[in-house]
Design a protein around this ligand. Sequence first.
Ligand SMILES: CC(C)(COP(=O)(O)OP(=O)(O)OC[C@H]1O[C@@H](n2cnc3c(N)ncnc32)[C@H](O)[C@@H]1OP(=O)(O)O)[C@@H](O)C(=O)NCCC(=O)NCCS
Length: 192
Amino acid sequence: MATYQAHETAVIDPGCTIGEGTRIWHFSHLMTGCVVGKDCNIGQNVVISPEVVLGNGVKVQNNVSIYTGVICEDDVFLGPSCVFTNILNPRSAVPRKDQYYRTLVQRGATIGANATILCGIKIGAYAMIGAGAVVTKEVPPYALWVGNPARPAGWVSAYGHRLQFDESGRATCPESGEIYLLEVGNVTRITQ
Ligand SMILES: CC(C)(COP(=O)(O)OP(=O)(O)OC[C@H]1O[C@@H](n2cnc3c(N)ncnc32)[C@H](O)[C@@H]1OP(=O)(O)O)[C@@H](O)C(=O)NCCC(=O)NCCS
């Protein structure tokens, strides 16, 4: 017996793996061979293509297509109508199904509404991509990037707050109290 819930209008092809506690809403389509973890929320009109892997606790807002080649780790948030890609130079008349790039969204990262992620890119853990951004290169962990093309606009905590670093390179998340360290262009969380 299924331990996930799916609205009656959702289409779940044979051969999908779906974790316990996951909810799938109206008109969404999960394709053969995709893997969706536990306690995920798959919104309305979402497509999850073959071989896509979503970790546990992933939230996918309405109108997101997650193409083959995309991997989202635990607790990733995909904002409404954000766009993934899996081919860099598509041509209708030239088959490129063997050229799908891999896009990795690491644990806890957020993709803002309507943002576009070009393929072959890594979005680091807990990074935040602003609404409408077009991401063309790797984003480091805890980085906030906005715009088209997306550029660094600061750093955020695992709770999603901007981090203000002092002269020693330390910042405290105002919600969790966790401390972060900025060193040679990289942020790490030093308490949890
Ligand atoms: C990027 C984001 C996190 C920044 O939030 P913030 O720290 O409160 O930023 P502010 O509103 O103080 O804006 C700071 C500056 O960044 C700009 N900015 C904010 N969001 C931006 C975005 N998405 N793209 C480009 N510029 C943006 C502002 O215009 C402002 O510029 P200015 O200093 O020249 O006036 C937020 O704006 C955002 O896009 N969140 C995603 C929301 C979303 O998609 N949710 C989906 C679930 S519903």
